[in-house]
Design a protein around this ligand. Structure first.
Ligand SMILES: [Zn+2]
Length: 176
């Protein structure tokens, strides 16, 4: 296992649409292991491959309590159903260090994905996990949580992030 450097805005890879995984190999499983290690080290609750400069549709998440980790590894995840009910949660992003904002999303989503053995799985995500999985799948489509904010708020976060990164070098931290 190895840590992988996380990339930050305005890196253009974060705005690309990532490609589906067509064959799950040992390389895919290694990537997921390394992404999980990188996420825990950050520390964060979710990480999408584009955030480590790999434009493929894979994500890792762990929204469990510290004493009971719940690691999820998803290949080609897809939201197949969304609740009409919405929820507002504060979100951050490891690629936009130290900035957070309230984001409104469907409160519950059903996600279809492949596990590390290539088996199709379905999972209903609620609460924090619902926000997290939507945030991470957004990354696969080049979408960031700041895209849901007003232009004024978004510009402010981008300005603060660039300033933060200039001051901190690469030693900054975020959440997902
Ligand atoms: Zn993020």
């Amino acid at each position: 296992m190895a840590l992988i450097p996380i990339i930050y805005i305005p890196d253009p890879v974060l705005r690309q649409v990532a490609v589906p995984v067509t064959e799950i190999t040992d390389g895919t499983r290694q990537l997921l292991d390394d992404m999980a290690e990188t996420m825990y080290d950050a520390p964060g609750i979710g990480l999408a491959a584009p955030q480590v400069n790999v434009s493929q549709r894979v994500i890792v998440m762990d929204c469990g309590p510290d004493d009971a980790p719940e690691l999820h590894k998803m290949i080609n995840p897809e939201i197949v159903d969304r609740s009409e009910a919405k929820a507002i949660l504060e979100e951050g992003c490891l690629s936009i260090p130290k900035q957070t904002a309230d984001v409104e999303r469907p409160a519950s989503v059903d996600v279809r994905y492949l596990d590390v053995d290539g088996k199709e799985q379905m999972m209903t995500c609620e609460g924090l996990l619902a926000a997290c999985v939507q945030h991470e799948i957004d990354h696969l489509d080049g979408v960031l949580f700041i895209d849901y904010l007003s232009r004024l708020k978004r510009d402010m976060i981008v300005r603060r992030t660039l300033k933060e990164l200039r001051q901190a070098g690469t030693g900054a931290a975020g959440r997902g």
